[in-house]
Structures are given as C-alpha cells and as structure tokens.
Design a protein around this ligand. Sequence first.
Ligand code: IPE
Ligand code: IPE
Ligand code: MG
Length: 251
Amino acid sequence: MSLEPVTLQQLPTDLISDLLPQHVAVIMDGNGRWAKNQGKPRIVGHQKGVDTLKDLLRCCKDWGIPALTAYAFSTENWGRPRGEVQFLMTLFERVLRRELQEMKEENVKIRFVGNLEDLPTSLRQEIDRSMEDTKNNQGTQFTVATNYGGRHEIIQACQAIAKKVEQGYLKANQVNEDLFEQHLYTQGIPHPDLLIRTSGEMRISNFLLWQVAYAEIYVTSTLWPDFDRTEFHKALATYQQRDRRFGKVKS
Ligand code: IPE
Ligand code: IPE
Ligand code: MG
C-alpha cells in the first residue's frame, strides 16, 4: 500500500469534527473497470480494492469516525462468472486471516452482515473467529456486508417476527419500527449518515434498503481502487455542506 501524505493522517483542517458522519457506508464499485483500464483481469481490481478498504478503515480511526460499513458481496453477485466468485470468496478468507491480528491491535470491532450460512465453510470459520475475537473491542465498528441483500434482510426479519406472532410471543400490533430493527442483521448498529458509491453508478443495488432512509448520498465517478483519503476528504466536505432536514422545515 502506498504511504499517505502526512497532512491527511489527521483530520483535514477544513472539516469540522463535530459535524462528521458517525457512520459511513460504502458501495465499493468499479474494481472490474479499474482493472480493465489497466489491461488487467478483473481480479486485480478486487485485490487493489482491499488496500483501499484497509486504508479507509484506518482513516476512519485517524479522523474520528466511529463506524464504517462496506458492501463486499451482494446476493446478486453469485450471478458472476464462477471463477470470479471463487476468487472473491478466497480473497475474503485470505484477507481476514492476514488482517485479524492488526485489527485486534487497532481495537476494531468487526461484524459481518448478510446471509452468512451460504458462504463457504472455511470462510465462515474465519468470519466467526474474527467476530468472536473482536467483539469486546471499543474502537471503530467495522461492518462487512457479505452475501448481503437488503430485500433478503427485510424478508428474514418478517419471517422471524411472523414466527413469534404465530407462536403467540407477540401480537401483530406490537410490531413497530424498533422491533423490526431488532430483527435486522444490523441490529445495534446506528443507521449510516453518509452513503458513498464509487464508479458513478447512481443506484443502491440492494444495499441497506431500510437503513439508508435518511442517509446523505454521495456518488463519485472515481473507481473504488482509486478512492483514497483525498477522495474521502471530498466526500466528507460535501457531506458537511448538506442540510439534513429529515422532513422538517428550518426553525
Ligand atoms: C465492486 O466492483 C466489487 C464487487 C461487486 C465485489 P465490481 O466488480 O462491480 O467492478 P465493476 O463495476 O465491474 O467495474
Ligand atoms: C454492488 O455493486 C455490490 C457491491 C459493491 C458488493 P455491483 O457492481 O454488484 O452493482 P450493480 O450490478 O452495478 O448494480
Ligand atoms: Mg460493479
């Protein structure tokens, strides 16, 4: 990984610490196009994308942003060529094994969200281990959405709630937003304030459908492997200029 300019190791002076998002979510898109632009196979872009994510996680710590969520693999991504899917699964496993010790030292609390049961067993073992080993950490809350689909998440919450109603533990009129949230994969994690999508695509692609209800959306044409601290700085500066009204009018 390249060394960052010294100035960006700390929060840039034009950003106001009190106005930083408390939770940033990223749709890490454009790895394939990045590789193609270099005349390389798509997997090279995925590999480079890992370095980008690693530095963004560290940047959140350096700049005082307590929570980061990254979209690593969607429920729809199984539809990609078999070789690419296999490469990604192996990459996740290898990176997790390689980075766990450092994340522990940096006090990161890692959590995976998604339908984890359908992931390869060896990857699941690494996932379980990483979550267990970091569960008491108080530093950056790092959430990785893997085999994640917002629709799937909502359906599984509905099923879990319906079952409780069916078994008589709950009444239908007790189902409210708070209870529903408790059945989402992201239970206990605050909603994102800022959603970043790289590579210029202006869509959500089934990510955190419930949770982004009031997130500020920032789209950049920069491809994910090129999304460095300078790019993150731009996203945060834009965020700080937004007027978050939450449906109300200014008093
Ligand atoms: C995002 O980059 C990574 C994953 C979805 C795993 P892409 O692989 O979607 O890259 P593009 O969009 O094809 O350039
Ligand atoms: C979204 O990117 C999923 C991840 C970043 C993991 P995609 O590349 O899969 O999304 P679409 O196909 O452009 O909507
Ligand atoms: Mg893509």
